[in-house]
Design a protein around this ligand. Structure first.
Ligand SMILES: CC(C)(COP(=O)(O)OP(=O)(O)OC[C@H]1O[C@@H](n2cnc3c(N)ncnc32)[C@H](O)[C@@H]1OP(=O)(O)O)[C@@H](O)C(=O)NCCC(=O)NCCS
Length: 162
């Protein structure tokens, strides 16, 4: 990891001006990540469910979306929030060209700082080996697998406060 790369990234809370960039990150990164794991027919359905302005606005309004900026460009995003007493990182996406340069680690670090000392969960599709390695490298362990009809299992990872 080159320390110059880390230094040029600024992580901050997203605001309404970031909406288009946040949607674009998902629309570019989700197919690159999951396109080969899901039936091709599912890809547009996922994008229409999770990566539209309507889908991204509530988390931005709630102050629970973070973005990573390199110069003027937003290159990664993360969103988080509670569900049934647990803290969940719902989305963590770095543009393909920016992966492996410390952006995801910095975004997740900012989210974990906000969540504080609480167990935190995040998930990815079984077969997303890059996400498996990344989450383990930042202290998550596998908690359970959630079967999904006609789709890969969701692997749920958990990180307990240190
Ligand atoms: C998973 C993802 C968010 C990681 O972000 P990233 O910017 O690529 O990761 P970073 O460069 O910050 O890496 C952070 C650490 O994880 C490690 N790591 C990251 N990807 C890795 C990989 N594929 N294999 C092994 N280690 C990896 C790095 O070594 C790094 O450790 P270091 O800080 O000690 O150097 C990013 O690759 C991504 O957007 N993937 C597609 C979307 C996705 O799968 N999201 C779900 C994640 S649960």
């Amino acid at each position: 990891m080159n320390s110059d790369n880390r230094a040029m990234i600024r992580v901050r809370e997203a605001d309404g001006n970031d909406l288009d960039a946040v949607v674009e990150i998902g629309r570019r990164t989700w197919p690159a990540t999951n396109g080969e794991l899901y039936d091709p027919d599912f890809v547009p359905l996922f994008l229409d469910k999770w990566w539209t302005k309507d889908a991204c606005i509530p988390s931005i309004r709630a102050g629970r979306t973070m973005v990573a900026q390199a110069g003027d460009e937003v290159v990664g995003m993360a969103s988080y929030g509670p569900l049934e007493g647990r803290q969940i990182v719902w989305k963590l996406y770095v543009l393909p060209d920016w992966q492996g340069r410390g952006v995801g680690g910095q975004l997740l670090g900012a989210v974990l700082e906000r969540i504080g000392h609480q167990p935190t969960f995040m998930s990815f599709a079984a077969g997303n080996d890059s996400a498996a390695r990344f989450t383990r490298s930042v202290g998550f362990v596998e908690d359970h697998r959630e079967p999904q009809t006609d789709m890969p299992d969701l692997v749920w990872m958990r990180r307990d406060p240190t």
